[in-house]
Design a protein around this ligand. Structure first.
Ligand SMILES: [Zn+2]
Length: 186
């Protein structure tokens, strides 16, 4: 967000976690503080602005500590690509762990590791928009995890698809491939 807004609101100009000065963009508003761009980059990509806004400084510190542990855990993750897409699904069949990563280098990315047995529900969502034509397909996983309630991502690479198009049908098929790959290993 634009840091001038933060200043106008009389909020702190330094990061509540590392104490560094905030840059103009990229800061995240927390419940009782502000996170700088560099600290925000260490957080999980599954947190959106609303998730940050609900977290206290103490909770974000816990989250960043969890992220460090996740990085260490990734060294032992032996995942194979189960589904390839804009977000690829990697599954470690031995430990029943999985991760979803936008990039091939999920170690560098520090992609969050989940266990298949921690999934409580898988939902394929067709999202329509009020002011625009077209729809998007989302895969929504509900998880039992200390840091997350759910993980959600857009399956189709480009947004606002015509529901009658081949691209839409392919995205829907891909969404079922993710869901089936996870369900079949439960
Ligand atoms: Zn910081």
């Amino acid at each position: 967000m634009d840091n001038t807004l933060l200043q106008e609101n009389g909020l702190t100009r330094t990061c509540s976690v590392c104490g560094n000065k905030l840059t103009r963009y990229g800061s995240k508003v927390l419940k009782d503080g502000i996170l700088c761009r560099n600290c925000a980059r260490l957080a999980s990509e599954w947190l959106d602005n609303a998730d940050f806004a609900e977290k206290t400084v103490a909770q974000i510190n816990e989250h960043l500590a969890y992220r460090q542990k996740n990085r260490e855990r990734l060294a032992g993750f032996k995942g194979n690509k189960a589904v390839e897409g804009k977000y690829s699904l990697y599954i470690d069949d031995e430990n029943k762990d999985f991760l979803i990563s936008k990039r091939a280098d999920y170690v560098k990315d520090n992609a969050d590791i989940f266990n298949i047995n921690d999934i409580s529900r898988i939902q394929i969502e067709k999202r329509k928009y009020l002011n625009r034509d077209g729809s998007d397909i989302y895969l929504h996983l509900f998880v039992r995890h200390p840091e997350f309630n759910d993980v959600k991502f857009q399956v189709n690479e480009f947004g606002y698809l015509n529901p009658d198009s081949d691209e839409y049908q392919q995205a829907l098929k891909l969404a079922y491939e993710y869901a089936d790959a996870l369900k079949s290993r439960k």
